[in-house]
Write a protein that binds this ligand. Structure first.
Ligand SMILES: [Cu+2]
Length: 409
């Protein structure tokens, strides 16, 4: 058994044995995690009035009725760092009615190499692969341009508003910068040089409602969102061709800032806090509802997040998270995108990936820092089984800031 798998098994068995009053065979842990989450939700107390960030903000009604007005103002309630999930999880928490939040995330990410399925490709293997555009004018029979590395810098802006204690509205917008280095080979397969392509721009937007289902020991809410078509699909760049000339071409799908389709984004979040530890899970999907203006759509994407947090003191919480992703290949194709390069083929997109993250949340407790949150997560993939040839991911970093205000006080 590979070490990542052993680590994952250990991680799951620790979590399950500490959070459930029964045990079960190892092979069924995935199904049991979901069953337990659903059972816990069904068995949990009826929906209470104290939804959302009740543990972060004292209920003004309760506070007024239990605190004699003559007493001096006590220390403010602790503002729990673990009141929010690790920063890479979107839509993890509700807000109390009238509460408003702004957030910003900076997410750099690096990719390099080439992979087909679960294993890496050598240059010789990649250069021996067929060019699906062979037969069109100027297209060589085999792959001749190989991606070497790519960096992405995402900037994600978000706002949330507690419409009621049970319903929170959320809007997100994303800007993405992409930079890719590629190496061109001549027809015999010898390298003739490298070139860079870069794009920058609006990448996507979404609007969601978060609907609380259960509060108490186990908190659950649904995500009902739509992804909005935003961002360019027609960026161009100068490519070095196998015959040594340079030409301005429409860049492949991986470099286009937008995806261009309306998307349904359903999801469910389940969290359980016990003293200083929190266990959480999120199952979510991004499902494009139609082809974009250039004639294609990205594949359906399914995400399962599982996280565990420990909060030694209210100001700081450390987290461990696993993200399981499964994404389909691009469906349809943009007739303007062609070339002896793996990224020009819609089939070379999507796949499966398991990424592990370590993170920390910091919550300001007093003065001007109160209700400010800073958080960081660093992730590395354990396993990547990609529809290739495709560049695997090396690492990603997520740095976030969040600030909430109550508009009713
Ligand atoms: Cu929020």
């Amino acid at each position: 058994m590979p070490p990542w798998r052993q680590a994952l098994r250990n991680f799951l068995s620790i979590q399950m044995s500490s959070s459930l009053p029964f045990s079960f065979p190892g092979r069924r842990r995935w199904r049991c995690l979901l069953t337990a989450a659903a059972a816990g939700w069904l068995a949990s107390n009826p929906v209470s009035h104290a939804f959302a960030d009740a543990d972060e903000r004292p209920d003004p009604v309760v506070a007024a009725s239990t605190t004699p007005p003559a007493q001096p103002d006590p220390e403010p309630e602790p503002y729990d760092a673990d009141g929010h999930a690790p920063i890479g999880v979107i839509g993890d928490h509700l807000h109390a009615a009238g509460e408003f939040m702004l957030s910003y995330r900076f997410m750099p990410m690096a990719m390099s190499g080439l992979r087909d399925g679960p294993s890496d490709l050598t240059d010789a293997e990649a250069l021996a692969m067929d060019n699906p555009f062979f037969g069109n004018p100027g297209q060589p029979p085999k792959m001749r341009i190989l991606p070497r590395d790519m960096t992405m810098q995402m900037h994600m802006f978000g706002t949330m508003y507690g419409l009621t204690d049970r319903i929170t509205l959320m809007a997100m917008g994303m800007m993405v910068g992409r930079d890719m280095t590629l190496e061109t080979h001549n027809l015999p397969g010898a390298s003739i040089g490298t070139f860079d392509t870069a794009t920058w721009g609006l990448s996507g937007a979404s609007a969601s409602a978060l609907i609380g289902l259960a509060d108490g020991n186990i908190r659950t809410h649904l995500l009902a969102g739509v992804g909005l078509p935003a961002g360019s699909l027609t960026e161009t760049g100068e490519a070095l061709l196998p015959n040594g000339t340079r030409r301005e071409v429409r860049l492949p799908y991986a470099m286009q800032p937008g995806s261009g389709s309306f998307e349904a984004r359903p999801g469910i979040v389940v969290q359980s806090k016990r003293e200083r530890t929190t266990l959480g899970g999120q199952l979510a999907a991004r499902l494009p509802l139609g082809d974009n203006s250039e004639g294609y759509r990205t594949g359906n994407a399914y995400l399962l997040n599982m996280w565990w947090m420990v909060q030694p003191t209210p100001a700081v919480a450390f987290s461990m998270r696993f993200l399981l992703e499964r994404m389909g290949a691009i469906e349809g194709r943009d007739p303007m995108i062609a070339g002896p390069v793996p990224t020009a083929d819609p089939a070379n997109y999507g796949g499966g990936r398991i990424t592990g993250y370590l993170g920390v949340n910091v919550a300001g407790q007093s003065g001007v820092l109160r209700e400010h949150r800073l958080a960081l997560e660093f992730g590395r993939p354990f396993i990547q089984d990609l529809n290739g040839p495709q560049m695997p991911r090396d690492w990603e970093l997520i740095i976030g800031w969040q600030r909430s205000w109550s508009l009713t006080n």
